[in-house]
Design a protein around this ligand. Structure first.
Ligand SMILES: NC(=O)c1ccc[n+]([C@@H]2O[C@H](COP(=O)([O-])OP(=O)(O)OC[C@H]3O[C@@H](n4cnc5c(N)ncnc54)[C@H](OP(=O)(O)O)[C@@H]3O)[C@@H](O)[C@H]2O)c1
Length: 286
């Protein structure tokens, strides 16, 4: 099976790259800008043809949540129009499209974990553009799996954990919001789940599935920051603040915990707890 991974240099794409070599029966082709722009139809069709692609895993995205408020055209181009182009290519090749989306499609007014079929109501441009990308895929791709995830971090790229490690060694004190609850996701865990699903997917079957995947457990950004400091024994004090005291350009959901029952049951996945994954990542890197 030939698998094209877009956004191959991002956090998730890089983790997939590390796993790819270990899997027989699947040949991965990793692309990112400038060699493959997912919004460029001709480029996408050419690359899919060149590698006789059977499946596409879309890790490419515009992920700057706050910047998206100032650059909505750029966010919609990558997060809505890009998936549309990939869905068309998947249709032409009768290929499976695996697409990664976000917990920010929800408005956070729930106080119980979100299921895949729950009503969406994004609070900002990033979430709205990702939702519209999902809808393009549902309308066009003949066989797809949309996997929503949350609070992604990795040893690659820029993310909350690496920011905390840096600030924790520079400062004595740090304020972090306590009134946004969710679940961190180690990109390596999500990559492993995706590869496991790809290795077992039935090519005769048509998929039209939306799944939720994050690590297990729930925490606030404040809890997450404290866990990073504790694991590294950084002397920086973390102080809880409300979102009102830490205004950001984009509004974020107060609660975006994802229910993972469906993906665990369909694919028989065991998902690590976020604290265990964080410790594992910090032992290995940074
Ligand atoms: N990060 C999170 O906290 C989070 C949370 C929930 C869901 N997600 C979703 O999870 C997925 C993976 O996220 P991630 O954190 O791995 O993202 P990331 O690290 O920002 O990687 C995205 C990659 O896509 C590339 N890219 C941007 N525009 C492109 C285009 N037009 N064509 C091809 N590639 C393009 C980026 O290149 P440049 O760096 O050069 O722009 C980057 O290498 C995304 O779908 C994201 O929406 C992320």
């Amino acid at each position: 099976m030939n698998i094209l991974v877009t956004g191959g240099n991002g956090q998730l794409g890089s983790e997939l790259k590390e796993l790819a070599a270990r899997h027989e029966g699947m040949t991965f082709f990793f692309y990112d800008l400038p060699l493959l722009d997912i919004t460029d139809r001709a480029m996408v069709h050419r690359v899919c043809g060149e590698h006789a692609v059977d499946a596409i895993v879309n890790c490419a995205a515009y992920t700057a949540v706050d910047r998206a408020e100032d650059e909505p055209e750029a966010a919609y181009r990558v997060n809505r129009d890009g998936p549309e182009v990939l869905a068309e290519a998947a249709k032409e090749r009768h290929a499976l499209l695996v697409h990664v989306s976000t917990d920010y499609v929800f408005n956070g007014e729930s106080c119980t974990p979100y299921h895949e079929g729950d009503a969406v109501s994004p609070l900002g441009v990033y979430g709205q553009s990702k939702w519209e990308g999902e809808e393009k895929i549902r309308a066009i791709a003949p066989s797809y799996m949309i996997v929503r995830t949350s609070w992604l971090y990795s040893s690659h790229g820029r993310n909350f954990v690496k920011t905390m490690l840096r600030l924790g060694s520079e400062r004595d004190e740090l304020k972090v919001v306590f009134d946004q609850a969710g679940t961190p996701t180690l990109a390596a865990d999500l990559a492993e789940a995706l590869v496991s699903m790809l290795s077992r997917y039935d090519r005769e079957h048509t998929y039209a599935e939306t799944y939720h995947y994050s690590n297990e457990g729930v925490c606030s950004w404040y809890d997450f920051a404290r866990a990073v400091m504790r694991a590294r024994q950084l002397p920086c004090r973390v102080l809880p603040v409300g979102s009102g005291e830490y205004p950001t350009k984009a509004k974020r959901p107060h609660y975006s915990v994802l229910d993972k029952g469906k993906i665990k049951e369909h694919w028989n996945l065991e998902i690590p707890h976020w604290q265990d994954s964080l410790e594992r990542m910090l032992k290995r890197c940074c």
